[in-house]
Design a protein around this ligand. Structure first.
Ligand code: HEC
Length: 120
């Protein structure tokens, strides 16, 4: 962890936002922490940032509403969320017209689905 401490030191000197806390010492920046993924703190912000511009309640873009745990988990449980974010054959690739989600965000969503799509 000495290397991380040095990076930490350099980063702090250059950017206020470039900072390794203890959790990141355990899970370095190039690894994705998918342990204990939470709907509220991990999944909802990903959906908010990448999907709700088209999939909020009352959207005129599509009637597919992904806002809130109940709506999102319904489509997580039937496999369509995993299909669309991984661009699997037979599913409309999402975000529509945009870049694929980052690998880490996909892994977090997959881990949350695998744990039963809880409202945690
Ligand atoms: C730019 C608008 C837009 C964005 C952003 C977007 N979608 Fe969609 N999405 C659509 C439209 C339009 C449809 C309905 C038409 C279709 O199926 O292609 C759709 C359909 C879907 C469906 C149902 C289709 C199926 O094959 O089951 C799911 C699930 C879905 N989107 C998930 C997502 C997720 C998850 C995100 C974010 C990672 C996202 N979408 C981002 C526009 C968007």
């Amino acid at each position: 962890m000495k290397v991380l401490k040095i990076i930490n030191f350099i980063c702090l000197g250059l950017f206020a936002g470039c900072y390794y806390d203890n959790e990141e010492d355990l899970y370095p920046a190039n690894e994705c922490n998918t342990a204990s993924v939470s709907y509220q703190s991990d999944i909802a912000p990903i959906i908010q940032a990448n999907c709700l511009s088209c999939h909020a309640l009352g959207s005129t873009v599509t009637s597919v509403n992904l806002q809130g745990h109940a709506k999102f988990s319904e489509r997580a449980k039937n496999g369509s969320i995993s299909g669309v974010i991984n661009h699997k054959p037979g599913f409309s690739p999402m975000p529509q017209g945009g870049a694929k989600l980052s690998n880490c965000n996909i892994q977090k969503i997959e881990a949350w689905i695998a744990s039963g799509s809880p409202n945690n």
